[in-house]
Design a protein around this ligand. Structure first.
Ligand SMILES: [Zn+2]
Length: 265
């Protein structure tokens, strides 16, 4: 596996679970003693496209530290429409409501770009929260940032246009990926931003001259800076938390990194 040559701590890059390199930033941020205590309870899991990680109002049985890929927090309405209210990648533990003593999400969480993660039983997580203060502190911080993200998304979905929101989504996805190619379809993107396919296609055509190149079921981010000019202010507002989340969007990245593959291609 290619090793990233950026500013991550060398110790963090070497953490492994079941022979798998740990890229989840929560597992990277906790002290090594807490990581060692947690490791026996973590199970490596593939997260496939459109896998539901949590269903709204269903009891959360286990949590998952996302290691790669992108999950969407989605609210569905009775008439079959849906809109994304949050995006989560390797900075996230799916199952955050457990940290607040809640047993369910009010959203559905599905994989939007496939990847993998480390699951932990809910009961084991509860014991870990009691025994590992740094882990608990980081997860409480994640919960706080999530609530700020949800508020920004609520404003964005109401106030900003489709082109701005698609640009924002692509940048947020890019922050969470090891590739400049986002594998997704216009249909999926339309669902995420809560509109129809033709509207997304018009927005994508405009963005094609502004930093992206479209493939059949993929979008290549060619010029991040240009795309940033097209996104609404919400992207900058949310990006402020990237340092706490352990994401690296502010760092200009090379475009020759391994591509994240998806069955959509
Ligand atoms: Zn916005």
């Amino acid at each position: 596996m290619m090793k990233k040559g950026n500013n991550h701590g060398s110790q963090n890059d070497d953490r492994m679970v079941g022979g798998q390199l740990v890229r989840n930033t929560i597992l990277q941020q906790i002290p090594i003693s807490e990581f060692d205590a947690l490791r026996p309870f973590l199970t490596f899991t593939q997260l496939r496209l459109a896998d539901p990680l949590q269903r709204e109002h269903s009891r959360i049985q286990s949590a998952c530290f996302v290691n790669s890929g992108i999950a969407s927090l989605i609210v569905e309405t009775g008439d079959g429409r849906s809109v994304e209210v949050g995006i989560a990648g390797r900075e996230e533990m799916i199952g955050l409501p457990l940290v607040a003593g809640l047993s369910a999400y009010s959203q559905t969480v599905i994989m939007q770009v496939p990847g993998n993660g480390f699951t932990i039983e809910g009961s084991a997580l509860q014991r870990a929260l009691n025994a590992l203060p740094e882990l608990r502190g980081i997860l409480i911080q994640r919960l706080g940032i999530r609530s700020l993200q949800l508020a920004q998304n609520a404003a964005c979905n109401r106030l900003h246009n489709v082109k701005q929101r698609v640009a924002r989504w692509l940048l947020a996805a890019h922050d969470r990926m090891d590739s400049d190619i986002v594998r997704t379809t216009h249909e999926f993107l339309a669902k995420l931003v809560g509109t129809d396919r033709p509207t997304v296609s018009v927005a994508m055509a405009k963005l094609e001259q502004r930093g992206i190149r479209r493939g059949r079921a993929s979008i290549h981010i060619v010029q991040r800076e240009t795309l940033e000019q097209e996104a609404c202010e919400c992207y900058a507002a949310l990006q402020r938390f990237n340092a706490e989340l352990g994401l690296e969007s502010a760092i200009r990245r090379e475009s020759d990194r391994p591509e994240l593959t998806s069955p959509l291609s």
